[in-house]
Write a protein that binds this ligand. Structure first.
Ligand code: HEM
Length: 374
């Protein structure tokens, strides 16, 4: 089964890699009838032709063009880089040119995902997208400003750390005088079999309960293919957590360590049942378990797409690079407010950096990323 196909949901979506347009994933919005689905890939192919007029999906809505590195499979390495407007106060036109230069010559084997932070709109005097706001400070935050924030955020994903590094260095030199580097952070995924959920540094499968490809139009992409990115650099006290007896670790997370199944269930993808109780009347998933407090049921079913990586910066500093994409960062704020005040995992984690950005829709054929900054 090709990636992005065959996932049933209320609103099926097809996503097609667009080979003539590097870095672009074409999302064909769901047509109402099954017959129309068969037409959609042809429409997507036409959308890639540089000279083609951007066609509509067969239900009359425009095709959304989304950046790579969000719904595409996660390779082993990530490099995050943040930039600020240069002190020379560049114009909007100069920033647009820099973004377009990034986009026009993509690095092979590395996906580039670009997001605009709230400061970019403030600095250029542009009106920010309505849902792009600085994240509030949460209880227990210990944020290092030098490792977070940024007017432009970049996520580079690839199999090879050196290739990601070279790509970031090229971006920096192409934007010289317009965007100044602010911070960089690298991360990795432990080796895992294709199709299996990778494990985080606590040894638990991480990413199980993510929306399926067919649900992304509902929870991740806005109508034009834009979305929002939330980043948190979360320190994990790995030794203290992994020294706990495994049943205790499982109570903290709310899932079994070996299988990834929710407590009280057997298989990894069994549904999380927040109401299930033991014969003695105790909830299978404790009141302060991570998956209970993070569960979408507490947000009326609204979902975020997590794309986390681990980091290890030595000297006891290791943890999770929490990267999540969603239609509205207010959802992250609601989840994190619950976690920050009630999560049993808080004894073992500390949020040390934070950033938020508006992920521009990918440009239409013949267009350039800079044109998407309005
Ligand atoms: C170091 C910090 C964190 C660790 C180690 C961690 C780990 C996990 C693990 C092991 C799961 C269960 C497997 C899965 O569904 O992926 C999970 C679920 C989840 N986590 Fe986290 N997480 C962390 C931080 C966060 C943060 C900051 C958020 C958002 C504010 C978050 C949101 C979620 C959500 C939405 C789920 C799915 C819950 C469900 O519906 O079952 N996590 N996390």
């Amino acid at each position: 089964m090709a990636w992005g196909e065959g996932v049933s949901s209320r609103r099926a979506v097809r996503q097609t890699l667009c080979s003539p347009c590097p870095g672009v994933l074409v999302t064909v919005l769901p047509p109402p009838r099954r017959r129309a689905l068969l037409v959609a890939p042809l429409a997507a192919a036409a959308a890639c032709a540089p000279s083609a007029k951007s066609p509509d999906a067969s239900d009359g809505r425009p095709l959304a063009r989304v950046q790579h590195g969000i719904a595409t499979p996660q390779p082993a390495r990530v490099l995050l880089a943040a930039y600020d407007l240069a002190p020379t106060r560049p114009t909007t036109a100069a920033v647009r040119r820099a973004l377009s230069a990034w986009w026009s010559r993509p690095a092979p084997d590395v996906t580039l995902t670009v997001a605009a932070g709230p400061g970019l709109y403030r600095g250029l005097g542009l009106t920010a997208p309505s849902r792009l706001k600085d994240l509030p400070r949460f209880p227990r935050d210990r944020l290092d400003a030098d490792r977070g924030g940024g007017d432009v955020l970049v996520q580079l994903c690839g199999q090879d750390a050196a290739a990601c590094d070279r790509a970031a260095t090229r971006l920096t030199s192409r934007a010289a005088g317009v965007l100044s580097p602010r911070w960089r952070q690298t991360g990795f995924l432990p080796a895992h079999a294709t199709g299996q959920t990778p494990r985080n540094l606590f040894g638990f499968k991480d990413g199980t309960e993510n929306p399926a490809a067919g649900e992304l139009t509902r929870w991740v992409w806005d109508g034009d293919g834009s979305t929002y990115l939330v980043y948190r650099r979360i320190h994990m006290t790995v030794d203290a957590f992994t020294a706990l007896p495994v049943p205790h670790q499982e109570q903290v997370l709310g899932r079994h360590r070996a299988s990834g199944a929710p407590l009280g269930a057997q298989r990894e993808h069994d549904p999380v049942d927040l109401y299930a109780k033991s014969p003695r009347g105790r909830y299978d998933i404790p009141a302060d378990a991570h998956v209970r407090l993070a569960h979408s049921r507490l947000d009326g079913g609204a979902r975020i797409l997590r794309r986390g990586y681990s980091y290890d910066d030595g000297a006891g500093d290791q943890g999770l690079l929490f990267l999540a994409y969603m239609r509205d960062p207010a959802l992250f704020v609601r989840v994190q407010e619950r976690l920050a005040t009630g999560d049993a995992m808080n004894a073992f984690v500390e949020h040390r950096a934070s950033a938020v950005g508006y992920v521009l829709a990918a440009p239409p054929p013949g267009g350039s990323l800079g044109d998407q900054l309005r």
